[in-house]
Design a binder for this molecule. Structure first.
Ligand code: ATP
Ligand code: MG
Length: 363
């Protein structure tokens, strides 16, 4: 049997989008279907979402169920995957507190993802300590479950590096206890960091440049048709450029061979479309229509499954509650080992009490 323990999470700051899908969600379903894992955990990082939404707990609360619905609608199966809510596992907070001693402020300041995210949120000099230290809390999420494999987008690689450093430091000081995780990036370059529809930065809930998995057909059409392409491609005959052209990036991420027979038999493969576009004579609208057909085909079953699960919200919460209980039992075992390694397991250490009793009696 595989010894892989898979773990990933998402912040409940909005519904999930196609960036999440190609960066991580699609891979999670593949792993689930392959059966090549020992345990698989997927969690909703509500405590992390609160680090930069402290004034907006209602937003986080409302989005927990949205993310759970997205998980179920892409095909994650609660009988194969433990889905849980981060805040319901107090062991994670405890482990974070111990890990805080293993990382310097300077090390956190060097984290490129933290740097970008701080700039994006415009905290200025009022950075919440909890937000600043979230890579450490993420290391706790990973290690509490002894996760070996983390299927995430490229923005997460500094976080996994940080987690590996913490594991090494912990094991060096306290003895072999924790497991070093490995990142599992998408193999398709376009999926590493899918840009937003504005073509500016990565698609992100916080930037309002998303195509959501639960988008209606009408919304999807409107978003695809107004997507950023090539500003130099003014007339159909003009040669078009592919670099930074979001429509082509999305095609790289979603287009499969069978889509041509189905939606655009004039072309044999994506390279033919790209060549024609670069030569000139192929209009943006045609390419966008092709992309729209592809996205619709991918999202229609997800949309339909979501509608079904939306009819049983109480059932979704029951599933999450059972997931929290199962996850907590696993984290509690790791924390027992951590406390033992850190020598803070006073009450279950009979040898310590006996040794001290003798020593004090002899004085
Ligand atoms: P927020 O703005 O609240 O941070 P987000 O859209 O960045 O939201 P996260 O919840 O931070 O989403 O990310 C969840 C997972 O999805 C991570 O594994 C991350 O790597 C992946 N991911 C997020 N955005 C993208 C993207 N544009 N391309 C590829 N992967 C992504
Ligand atoms: Mg993010």
């Amino acid at each position: 049997m595989s010894s892989k323990i898979i773990l990933t999470g998402d912040r409940p700051t909005g519904r999930l989008h196609i960036g999440h899908y190609v960066g991580s969600l699609r891979r999670r379903v593949e792993i689930q279907e392959s059966g090549d894992y020992k345990q698989m955990f997927v969690f909703i990082a509500d405590a992390q979402a609160l680090t930069d939404n402290v004034d907006n707990p209602e937003k986080v609360r409302q989005n927990v169920v949205e993310v759970a619905l997205d998980y179920l609608s892409i095909g994650l199966d609660p009988s194969k995957v433990t889905m849980f809510i981060q805040s319901q596992i107090p062991e994670l907070t405890e482990l974070t507190f111990y890990f805080l001693d293993l990382v310097s402020v300077a090390r956190l300041q060097r984290n490129p993802t933290v740097k970008t995210e701080l700039a994006m949120r415009g905290f200025g000099s009022s950075i919440p300590v909890g937000f600043f230290t979230y890579p450490i809390s993420q290391a706790a999420d990973i290690t509490a479950f002894k996760a070996t494999t983390i299927p995430v987008g490229e923005d997460q690689s500094p976080m996994i590096e940080q987690a590996v450093e913490i594991v090494r430091r912990f094991n060096h000081i306290y003895g072999d206890t924790l497991v070093e995780p490995k990142i599992l990036l998408p193999d398709n370059a376009a999926c590493l960091r899918l840009p937003g529809t504005d073509g500016k930065a990565k698609m992100s809930k916080s930037l309002n440049n998303c195509i959501y998995l639960s988008e209606t057909e009408k919304e999807l059409k409107q978003k695809v048709m107004s997507m950023y392409t090539d500003p130099l491609h003014v007339h159909v005959e003009d040669p078009g450029h592919l670099e930074g052209n979001t429509v082509f990036t999305y095609l790289d991420a979603f287009c499969r061979q069978e889509h041509f027979a189905e939606f655009w038999p004039d072309y044999g493969c994506l390279q033919d479309v790209k060549d024609h576009y670069q030569r000139g004579g192929l209009g943006d609208m045609k390419v966008k229509k092709f992309l729209l057909n592809i996205l619709n085909a991918e999202l229609a079953p997800i949309r339909a499954r979501r509608k079904e699960y939306e009819q049983d919200i109480a059932g979704v919460y029951d599933m999450l509650k059972a997931g929290c209980e199962a996850a907590r039992a696993v984290a509690a075992e790791t924390l027992d080992e951590v406390r033992r390694a850190m020598k803070i397991n006073y009450f279950d250490d009979a040898a310590l009490i006996e040794e001290q009793s003798k020593r004090f009696a002899a004085q």
